[in-house]
Design a protein around this ligand. Sequence first.
Ligand SMILES: Nc1ncnc2c1ncn2[C@@H]1O[C@H](COP(=O)(O)OP(=O)(O)O)[C@@H](O)[C@H]1O
Ligand SMILES: [Mg+2]
Length: 290
Amino acid sequence: MSAELRAEELRPREVATLLEALPYIRDFHGRTIVIKYGGAAMTDPGLREEFARDVVLLKYVGMNPVVVHGGGPDITRYMERLGMKVEFVEGLRVSDEETVEVAKMVLVGKQNKDIVLRISRHGQAAVGLCGDDGALFRVRKAIVGDRDLGFVGEIEHVDVGVLNHVAADYIPVIASVGADGEGFSYNVNADTAAGAVAEALGAHKVVFLTDVEGWLSDPPDAATLISETSAEELDIALGRVSGGMRPKLEACRHAVRSGVSSAHVVDGRVAHSLLLELFTDEGIGTKVCP
Ligand SMILES: Nc1ncnc2c1ncn2[C@@H]1O[C@H](COP(=O)(O)OP(=O)(O)O)[C@@H](O)[C@H]1O
Ligand SMILES: [Mg+2]
């Protein structure tokens, strides 16, 4: 049976969807897409299977997906199980040596391998890395306000050597921890890490999956989605953005100023939001342009 005949059996809407995706598939061929993975897409059992399938599909159609993830609520849960004190300052986890040890165990030992296994089960072998592997991240202590947050780090340098090797054959999955020159490990915000990886790889796009529709106009406005913005607009607005959206938008702004063609914050609670962003004309969520 010819492809045309089979296409006729599809309903018009399905044909339209496929046709709409084709130019994007052609444009994105061979290009790197960095995906910050988190929120419901990482915790909901159904959504995480869909996410793994979507990432495998991107690899099948010739793109080069790279996944960067944080730890979030799981780290807190394990810390509480161990009777440890959990404290956040401006969205950042106060991290003494034991906290980083637990964070690293959960991030690298559990979450990273869970994601790797799930992607591999859906048909494309993945390889898990953290900042230590192949000297991927060199980290330094982050200075945040006037309070010492302990081992909270920021990325000083990304060495893409190991990533390029891995990405040639596998889907890299990166846990956002890393060490400084003296071998001390640090927690690193996964949004910042994803932005730094996108920049270092010269990625085409970076997509942040989260638990809101995107960047919402701040109160007292009715919270409406800002579907497109620019680095300059963020220069003005970022001061007013709080919580976890701030590092995301900062990472978006930094990425587009470093050569990434666009950065996106999309709703990971919606199944296939990644595909909808990449392969449809309207896109979804907030798009940040240079
Ligand atoms: N203007 C805003 N628009 C959208 N979300 C915002 C805004 N200001 C603060 N936030 C908060 O940022 C959160 C997203 O960041 P975070 O909780 O760190 O999620 P993730 O796990 O994806 O990093 C949202 O759930 C929301 O509570
Ligand atoms: Mg966050």
